[in-house]
Every structure is written in C-alpha cells, then in structure tokens.
Design a binder for this molecule. Structure first.
Ligand code: SF4
Length: 280
C-alpha cells in the first residue's frame, strides 16, 4: 500500500433538478437552493478538468450526475466521457457516481473505462427514512452490492451532522463493514437556508470523533475527507490525518467551492505527509 495521501477530484457533470428529496442535498428540486443547474457538461470540458487535476497530482477523478439513478442517457454519456479520458492516456482512476444502478449498466461502464462506482449509504437505514421519503436506504445498499457484482471498485461513505445519533453513526459504519468498500468518503453537513435540516455544523472535536470511529470500523479503507472539511476545521486540518484520514477530495465539491488544489497540497506537505503517487 502506498503510504501517501490519495488525492481525488470531482467533476459535477450534470447538476441540480433532482426529483428526490434528500434533506441534506442542494441538488434536490424540492428545496430550490441557489445552485448552478445544467445537464451534461461538454465531455471535452470534463477532459480538460481531468488533465488539470492530474497535473496537480490527483489520482482519482469522479464523474458525478445528479438524480436518482443511472438511466440509459447518463450511462452512455458517462461511458463516452470515461473512455475519452482513458484514451487520452491520463492514467486516472475513474469513478462514476450516478445514483441507483443495475448490474448490466455498471458492467457497461466498467467496459468503457470506469474503474469504481461511488454510492454513499449516507447514514443509518433508520435515520435515512427520516431525511428522505422518495427512495429507501435499501436501494442504496443494493446499488453498492451491484457495483461489486459488476466487478467495479466500490467507494461508499456518508455524511455526519444531520442530527443522527451516535447509534446511527455506528449502524452506518457496520453496514459499510459488510460492503467493504475500497474507499469511504466522510462528509460533514453544512446548513443551507434552503434545506430543511437546520443542524449546526459539528464542532471539530465531534467531527474528529466521527473520523476516529470510521477508522476503527474500517481499518483498511481509504478514508477520504470530503465536503465540510474547510468549514469544520478551517486552516488547521492536521488532526484529521492523525486520526486516520489518508485521502482528500481536491478542488471543488458538487455545489460548493473547495480550497484551491495547490493550497491543499501545500497544507498536506506542511504536515510532513507525502502525496500518493499510485492508486492503492
Ligand atoms: S438522489 Fe442524490 S442528487 Fe438527488 S437529492 Fe438525493 S443526494 Fe441529491
């Protein structure tokens, strides 16, 4: 296993207008959050983003679409874009994140250059039913299983700070243990006036306890810090790495800006950590 910090980047290739009502998500059409909305970014633009992030040292590149699931149109678009990136010789680990998906569609993605599928369980099964009424948690779990059956790597994690209990956090981590993903993104909820969840941002202490717990349940996973990192921890993010984080989402998130990639890389190096050079 490479010891360095794995850098992953996200491209939100189609944004907003989702029919689902996940109460933590600004892409849901139920809440009218003020976000940029568009359908299918030009694949050439996505390729340019991939090249730029690869230059910064990203090893992973995730193509994300809003919406409940992977329909035929999305599947074709993702396959075409992934193939374009692979054909460019970029040597990036390509992840697709398109919601619910069946095994055949996932196999098709794998055959066209997608290496892994990201689908987050988000929280415990019980708590999920309190924050989303349009699809069940079980559907998320099933899609994760489908990704594994299709021969893809699995990236699955969750979001903390939605008002869930510590018991819910443990249930989420137990479910992830069953799936055994290679990568687990950890997000922290940041309240938005458009969203129905009014929870205050977790304190850095509580957020760190979540990271410690996740590392305890998933000792071998690539534990990736994602949304909310900058707001919860500000400039002092060293403790995250001391508590078991070994991967970082570099650059922007789905609907919010991240720190500039170069700034993040300098911060990681200032802690005496290396940047991973190979997928592990
Ligand atoms: S299904 Fe995905 S994009 Fe749609 S509201 Fe839920 S989390 Fe957001």
């Amino acid at each position: 296993m490479d010891d360095g910090i794995f850098l992953c980047s996200i491209s939100n290739v189609s944004s907003g207008n989702c029919s689902e009502d996940c109460a933590y998500c600004t892409q849901s059409s139920h809440y009218h959050a003020d976000i940029e909305k568009y359908k299918f970014k030009d694949p050439k633009k996505v390729l340019d983003e991939a090249r730029r992030l690869k230059e910064y040292g990203a090893l992973g590149f995730c193509l994300v679409t809003a919406g409940r699931g992977l329909d035929d149109k999305k599947c074709e678009y993702i396959a075409k874009t992934a193939k374009m990136i692979k054909d460019d010789g970029l040597d990036l680990h390509i992840i697709a994140c398109c919601g619910r998906a069946d095994i055949d569609s996932l196999i098709y993605l794998r055959q066209n250059g997608v290496d892994s599928y990201n689908h987050n369980l988000e929280t415990s099964k019980d708590f999920f039913s309190k924050i989303c009424t349009t699809h069940p948690w079980q559907e998320r779990f099933q899609t994760c299983e489908n990704a594994l059956s299709a021969g893809l790597g699995l990236c699955s994690g969750g979001i903390f700070g939605l008002g869930e209990s510590w018991g819910d956090r443990i249930e989420l981590l137990k479910a992830l243990q069953i799936l055994s993903p290679h990568s687990t993104p950890i997000n922290f909820f940041i309240k938005n006036p458009a969203l129905p969840i009014g929870q205050e941002t977790l304190t850095p202490e509580e957020a760190l306890e979540c990271v410690v717990l996740a590392r305890e349940f998933l000792p071998k996973v690539r534990l990736m810090i994602a949304g909310g990192r900058e707001i919860v921890f500000g400039k002092d993010q060293k403790a995250l790495f001391e508590c078991g984080i070994n991967a970082v989402v570099l650059g922007d998130y789905l609907t919010t800006k991240g720190d500039a990639p170069q700034k993040d890389i300098e911060m990681i190096r200032s802690y005496g950590l290396e940047i991973a050079q190979n997928c592990h």
